[in-house]
Ligand binder design. Structure first.
Ligand SMILES: [Zn+2]
Length: 326
């Protein structure tokens, strides 16, 4: 079901206060997608402050008037003082703010004390964001959903079936919450916009800007992100087996092996499903972008047999780690 909500703005003094938060939503069997006005604004300000401060760069290419420039500078000054160093995925504050600003109720009547100042900054910047940036951000977010929703609906059941068998872990009972924002997360070592996920509960943030020219890429990334609740660093079947094998066999664990396996399994399952769906998809995200490039041959060699049920997970893990350490 698709839903458009017109953002209703009430004028409060000089600023405009938008009460409706979710501008667009859509669902599939396993996912609940939203495009949230305030969360998009927050990502825009965070990333612009990050680009200014950490990379001496900017996201803004359009000409903006003096008044808007001042409003933007005020908001960015707050972000640079308090938020730019707070990682969008790892910081406790950012996670708490995300949970509050993206909650399902569509009004923001009660503002927790710790967010009052931050939300005031957003409210003051809101007229400028609406006038200059929001329209294009909303359009891009709805476009990426429209382009991918039927692929998701046609492949998600098979995806969940296959990935839960490979990870031997139950999929979330509730549809997974997915917020689509124009800009997502960057770091100094990887300044590209990337989706990110927090778990317990699973909440995926997918970006609409950049890297969507490869049909199927967005779906693979969604499937990767949402599988983060199935594969943890040192528990559950995959992480637990890595720990078990390395302890018993006295092997030094390969750093981030759980994430290499997550990329490989979700990528290969997605690639097969996308190809079955008629999409030309010769390489996974991991292959196209050389993610964990030094392990590509080894993971294919030792985990293809796991995918095809010719080796156990423990055998694949042991063989991989032994050869990677050589
Ligand atoms: Zn990941």
């Amino acid at each position: 079901m698709k839903k458009f909500t017109i953002i209703i703005c009430l004028s409060i003094g000089l600023s405009s206060f938008c009460q409706e938060r979710i501008a667009y939503s859509d669902t599939s069997k396993y996912y609940q997608f939203s495009v949230n006005y305030w969360f998009n604004m927050h990502h825009f300000l965070w990333l612009e402050s990050f680009m200014n401060q950490e990379l001496d760069s900017t996201l803004i290419s359009l000409e903006i008037d003096e008044n808007s420039k001042n409003e933007l500078s005020k908001a960015l000054a707050y972000y640079k003082t308090y938020l730019t160093k707070e990682d969008l995925r790892l910081s406790e504050y950012q996670t708490a703010f995300k949970n509050w600003i993206t909650q399902d109720e569509n009004t923001l009547d009660i503002i927790p004390t710790e967010f009052v100042e931050h939300f005031k900054i957003l409210t003051e910047f809101s007229p400028t964001y609406q006038a200059l940036f929001w329209k294009s951000h909303l359009e891009a977010c709805t476009k990426v959903l429209d382009e991918n929703i039927s692929i998701i609906r046609n492949t998600e059941e098979k995806y969940v079936d296959r990935i839960t068998k490979l990870t031997r872990q139950f999929w979330d009972f509730e549809p997974i919450k997915v917020d689509v924002t124009f800009y997502a997360k960057s770091s100094t070592w990887n300044p590209r916009n990337r989706p990110y996920t927090s778990i317990f509960p699973t909440h995926v943030v997918m970006n609409a800007s950049g890297e969507n020219e490869v049909p199927g890429n967005w779906v693979e990334l969604l499937y990767h992100e949402s599988a983060h609740h199935l594969i943890l660093g040192s528990s559950y079947f995959i992480g637990g087996t890595i720990k078990d094998v390395t302890e018993v066999k006295g092997l030094k664990p390969t750093r981030q092996l759980w994430h290499v396996i997550l990329f490989y399994l979700t990528g290969e399952v997605s690639k097969n499903l996308l190809q079955d769906h008629g999409i030309t998809y010769p390489e996974t995200y991991m292959q196209r972008n050389n993610v964990f490039g030094r392990y590509h041959q080894l993971i294919e060699k030792h985990f293809r047999p796991y995918l095809t049920r010719e080796s156990t997970l423990a055998e694949s893990v042991e063989n991989f780690i032994t050869e990677a350490a050589k």
